[in-house]
Design a protein around this ligand. Structure first.
Ligand code: 13P
Length: 276
């Protein structure tokens, strides 16, 4: 069933777990996420990062399919826009029936980030849609990361100024493949949570150890964004299966191999996030 981001994060809070938020770029990914969540009977977030992935499929094509799968599912599913950065994109997601949106104004000056986030909150809340927003910056660059860590005071002020439903913040994770082992400032999560009283969102889940996931969840992380490793393992599985192929290679077989690999990765990940 389709539920709002606020509802699904409420379930996570009650169970002291984190909900996996998995990016999708096509039907195989959507099917893998839903299959993994249903087989474990756990809530899940299907998300699309239009700003990064619309070269593979446009929002107006994948969005309605995500909503349809969520509505048909036997588990609570939130359909979420990841890293939304324009009002047009956010309005399109709302019109399509998404139940959560992220507005990412983290690269903007504070006042501008607040003004834009507030505008997104006002329109979204009118339709019962929840909003995630970001302060601090995760980016893709480990070298510059420390200077962008979220300060608990800033986070508290941001939540107060915007009335968002979930807070993405920076404590040592980055998107994509890590160049060296990530060192997370896990205590910072607890301080931020204490000051903000909002579910904390971890971006850049790929490459984090199971032990660190568990410690972050204990401190208040309730949504974990995870994509790169699922896509990489699916690519590895496809490569392994065809590297010595002497006969014809058919796309439908490759797609099935990738989908099954993603299902396995998401199942393992959800087990860790749900303490199963
Ligand atoms: P990874 O691709 O590094 O797992 O991060 C996903 C993410 O944070 C999407 O917003």
């Amino acid at each position: 069933m389709l539920v709002s981001l606020k509802t699904i994060l409420g379930i996570a809070e009650a169970k002291q777990i984190a909900v996996g938020a998995f990016n999708v770029t096509g039907l195989e990914g959507i099917r893998a996420v839903i299959e993994a969540a249903e087989s474990l009977q756990q809530p899940v977030i299907l998300q699309f990062a239009n700003s990064a992935h619309n070269m593979y499929i446009p929002l107006d094509m994948i969005g309605p399919i995500m909503v349809e799968f969520a509505e048909r599912s036997s588990v609570p599913v939130c359909v979420h826009l990841d890293h939304g950065n324009s009002f047009d994109e956010i309005s399109a997601a709302i019109d399509m029936g998404f139940s959560g949106v992220m507005y990412d104004g983290s690269a903007l000056p504070y006042e501008e980030n607040v003004a834009n986030t507030r505008a997104v909150v006002e329109i979204s809340h009118k339709y019962g849609i929840s909003v995630e927003a970001e302060i601090g910056s995760m980016g893709n660059d480990e070298a510059q990361l420390k200077s962008c860590y979220t300060e608990p005071e800033d986070a508290a002020r941001f939540v107060e100024d915007t009335d968002i439903d979930a807070l993405a913040c920076s404590f040592g994770t980055v998107h994509g493949i890590y160049l060296s082992a990530p060192k997370l400032d896990i205590e910072r999560i607890g301080h931020i949570k204490e000051r903000c009283n909002r579910p904390i969102v971890m971006h850049g889940g790929s490459g984090i150890s199971d032990e660190d996931f568990r410690r972050c969840i204990k401190e208040g992380v309730r949504k974990i964004n995870f994509y790169t490793y699922a896509a990489k393992y699916a690519g590895d599985a496809v490569r392994d299966s065809i590297i010595h192929a002497e006969e014809n290679v058919y796309f439908h077989d490759i797609a099935a191999i990738a989908m099954n690999s993603m299902t396995d990765t998401y199942k393992k990940t959800i087990k860790v996030f749900s303490n199963l």
